[in-house]
Ligand binder design. Structure first.
Ligand SMILES: [Zn+2]
Length: 445
């Protein structure tokens, strides 16, 4: 018998790589936070002597879900300014609120709330872009959640930084250097959008991102208004402008990419640009419906993101996965578009590729981190189970997520947070609701 730290056995397992085939009665062996084996349960019980044996009949085991784009701290703005178009939402509600309330304490409390919600809904890794990225990184590391922390790059002065140059140097020092060898925290640069960054700052960003070998994630072609503004101000569409600045390459992660021409899709395919697709945020802000079917036909890597809870208003990846599958069919008028297997891949391994983390996460394979999710299919809404994969994408609700592990650490058991005090988070969130809700300069827009 060989020792392993943990042996998880479930009725079904979908490793995603090398296959999305549903495996019956399989077990995952974990040691030192990494998967060391995936094998039939009968064999596992003969071969392994586990420190802890976890059996989940009626459950399906999948890789942890990867949220490729969010602004975790903005969860404190959930429901605060709904039903507005993007530009008015940003300029009249969100940016004034941020100017008044964003600070280390707000970012820490909002990020804690978001991490708890994401873990409860099966997300084991999120890519963030927000002010005080050092607080986001510290909070994720403290809660032992996996995160890619994006340093915001924005031209005008904010509470966090005086200029775009200041953003870059602070990000390099406080996030990239400090967490260079951390097992859970990685980093990237995150200019907000093309209109909010000058050519000079983009040039500086390009040099630093190249030196540090970091990805650049940016809201890109999210709305018609963004493109119109860019053409008016610069004579160019944002992608054309970024291309001329040398930023359209395999390090670029285009968030949203709703409005793309055929030529822009070809450019993305030729240069290796990856896309973070945020369907529910696009729907709620009336941005439009991204051409996901066309992106996939062009072999472009597409991951899924929730965007912030202020524009979604949930940050649960199962719901995002389902919406993506349904929307792709509607947009392409093709019911075979984005089938369940592709939707699950988009929420796992393709998301990991989008973040450049696919060597370590995104599938259940020996050597990768044990970022895992167990889902209880013995709920009425998921019965009968002809195909567990189909049920995951089209029926599962967050409350069916029974167990979540990040690097082998058991975060969720029986649908409850094991290491985070939910009542404390609710209490702190209520305090923020008082402060934000009583602000006299805001109110209904
Ligand atoms: Zn966003």
């Amino acid at each position: 018998m060989q020792h392993c730290d943990i042996l998880i056995s479930a009725d079904w397992c979908i490793p995603v790589e090398p296959t999305t085939t549903v495996l019956d009665k399989h077990s995952v062996a974990i040691t030192d936070g990494r998967v060391i084996d995936l094998l039939p349960t009968d064999d596992a019980l003969r071969y392994y002597e586990p420190g802890a044996a976890i059996e989940r009949p009626g459950h399906v085991l999948i890789p942890g879900l990867v949220n490729t784009h969010t602004h975790a701290a903005m969860t404190l703005f959930r429901g605060f300014a709904d039903d507005l178009p993007l530009e008015r939402w940003l300029r009249e509600a969100i940016w004034p609120a941020e100017a008044q309330f964003v600070g280390p304490e707000m970012v820490r409390d909002g990020t804690r709330l978001a991490i708890a919600e994401m873990l409860l809904s099966g997300c084991t890794c999120f890519s963030d872009q927000y002010y005080y990225p050092e607080i986001v990184a510290e909070t994720a590391a403290d809660l032992q959640m996996r995160a890619m922390v994006g340093t915001p790059v924005i031209e005008f002065a904010t509470q966090w930084a005086a200029s775009a140059s200041d953003c870059l140097s602070k990000g390099a020092d406080l996030v990239h250097d400090r967490y260079a060898d951390h097992p859970l925290i990685s980093s990237c640069f995150a200019p907000h959008s093309a209109p909010t960054v000058s050519d000079a700052a983009f040039a500086e960003l390009r040099v630093i991102a190249d030196q540090l070998d970091k990805r650049i994630q940016i809201h890109l072609h999210e709305s018609v208004g963004e493109i119109t503004e860019s053409v008016k101000d610069t004579g160019k569409r944002p992608i054309e402008r970024l291309s001329e600045l040398g930023l359209v390459n395999a390090s670029l992660m285009a968030v949203h990419a709703v409005h793309l021409t055929g030529e822009e899709i070809t450019l993305f395919a030729d240069t290796g640009v990856v896309v973070a697709h945020c369907p529910r945020s696009n729907l709620k802000l009336a941005d439009g419906i991204a051409r996901i079917h066309d992106l996939l036909v062009a072999n472009i890597t597409v991951g899924l993101g929730t965007d912030s809870a202020a524009s979604n208003n949930a940050i649960d990846m199962p719901g995002e996965m389902r919406t993506a599958a349904l929307l792709s069919k509607a947009r392409s008028e093709d019911a075979t578009s984005l089938p369940a297997s592709a939707a699950l891949r988009m929420a796992t391994i393709e998301g990991a590729k989008t973040l450049g983390l696919d060597a370590d996460i995104g599938s259940i394979e020996a050597g990768k981190w044990a970022d895992l999710v167990c889902i209880d299919l013995m709920h009425l809404n998921s019965q009968p189970v002809y195909d567990p994969l189909s049920q995951i994408v089209y029926t599962v609700l967050p409350q069916q997520i029974s167990d979540v592990w990040v690097a082998g650490r058991h975060h969720i058991e029986n649908g409850r947070l094991m290491h985070i005090d939910e009542n404390e988070i609710i209490r702190r969130t209520a305090e923020w609701r008082e402060r934000i809700g009583q602000s006299t300069s805001l109110g209904p827009v």
